[in-house]
Design a protein around this ligand. Structure first.
Ligand code: NAD
Length: 368
């Protein structure tokens, strides 16, 4: 499949998706950052060496600074930001120079934040290297770091000059990281696009098997859907919340498990989407058939293990205290994004449920 380009006019940048799309980088830099002389490339340590060597060759006309990064939530911190800022200052980088991030969501969030505050904003190009980053985190302009008070609490909104999603980077990605990206792809189809959901029914196996053609289409459609919601709600007051479908439960699952590696974010999202759909059925805004259709995709692709635990009332009850702390809550009720049909959610802030009612419902939720 040939390279795909999505132009986000309002934000002023494009996402280019394709196998070996990295080859277009020199030409793009010339057009988008014509005054650039120095380029800092902050690169996830797990990116294969040959990718780095290829970049070195392609950008040989520039003064290059390669900096490596160990991607984990602990290093997504202000200390790391300071470390990179000091290096850039000591090497006399200007705003007309360029910073490139090559890595997953953690690397992109950190490097994007550095770019946004370095001399009040330096050119930034994002080369996302995980499926999750290609379908989700590299789009929408959020950057930031964690603090001891919680995840992603310090940050900025900052748009890149370009996002290059090279599907050849996905080849080295472990299966559990593939599932993380896939969970967001599936979410995008469920909240906005029934046709895409039907396409996923047929093509999930190819996506998980890293087939380039299917990956390119799934990434493209996901980026378009995410951007649809982001553009409707730049300040994250309302419609952008739809993107949190399944994430209220997922967040509770992750916090309850202390963000342990035993359950990844993607697996928590897969569990969360089923729990939110069951809740939608119980509240009579969604049919049982919709739940069955979603469950079928899990069953056909060996993903049903993510929901097994939550067929027990006691496990759902254990999540309730953590649901209360979700950032979408603006009173003492829990603010869910519920589903009406495949491709359509209920409006944000219209499905608030008290802890007391949820405790009464947990038995029924576990029985679906
Ligand atoms: N900014 C946003 O809008 C947004 C949205 C969603 C998630 N996020 C953030 O994204 C982060 C999660 O992103 P992620 O899942 O990409 O995590 P990540 O960046 O930690 O990458 C996952 C793992 O894959 C490795 N890796 C990266 N690229 C690889 C490759 N090509 N081959 C082999 N291994 C590779 C990394 O080293 C890491 O171990 C979280 O911190 C989350 O808060 C941000």
């Amino acid at each position: 499949m040939k390279n795909q380009e999505i132009k986000f006019k309002r934000e002023g940048y494009s996402v280019i998706i394709g196998e070996n799309v990295i080859n277009t980088l020199p030409k793009k830099i010339k057009i988008l950052c014509p005054k650039t002389k120095k380029i800092a490339l902050i690169i996830d340590k797990k990116i294969p060496k040959k990718f780095k060597e290829n970049l070195k060759k392609k950008l040989k006309g520039y003064n290059l600074l390669f900096l490596s990064f160990t991607a984990n939530e602990k290093n997504k911190s202000i200390t790391t930001i300071n470390y990179y800022l000091k290096i850039l200052l000591s090497k006399n980088f200007n705003r007309t120079d360029l910073i490139i991030s090559i890595g997953g969501g953690i690397t992109g969030d950190v490097v994007g934040f550095v770019a946004s505050i370095f001399k009040r904003g330096i050119n930034f190009i994002n080369i996302p290297s995980t499926l999750l980053a290609q379908v989700d985190s590299a789009i929408g302009g959020k950057t930031g770091v964690n603090t001891s008070y919680g995840k992603n609490l310090i940050g900025s909104f900052y748009q890149p000059k370009l996002v290059l999603s090279d599907t050849s980077l996905i080849n080295s990605l472990p299966k559990k990281e593939m599932i993380c990206g896939y969970a967001e792809i599936l979410k995008h189809s469920i909240i906005k696009d029934k046709k895409f959901f039907i396409w996923l029914k047929k093509n999930t196996q190819s996506i998980l098997a890293k087939k380039s053609k299917q990956l390119i289409y799934a990434i493209k459609r996901s980026c378009e859907i995410k951007m649809f919601f982001v553009e409707k709600d730049v300040n994250e007051k309302n419609m952008r919340m739809v993107l949190n479908f399944g994430h209220t439960f997922a967040h509770a699952i992750e916090v309850k498990n202390n963000y342990s590696k035993k359950i990844t974010h993607g697996e928590a999202v897969l569990s969360g989407m089923i729990l939110a759909t069951r809740l939608s059925v119980i509240r009579k805004i969604c049919s049982l058939n919709v739940l069955k259709q979603i469950l079928n995709i899990y069953l056909q692709n060996n993903l049903a293990y993510t929901i097994k635990k939550y067929s027990r009332q006691v496990e759902i009850d254990k999540l309730i205290p953590y649901l209360k702390n979700d950032k979408k809550n603006n009173d003492d009720k829990i603010n869910f994004i519920l589903l009406k049909n495949i491709g359509k959610t209920a409006l944000p802030n219209k499905s608030k449920i008290s802890v007391k009612s949820l405790k009464k419902l947990s038995k029924i939720i576990s029985q679906y």
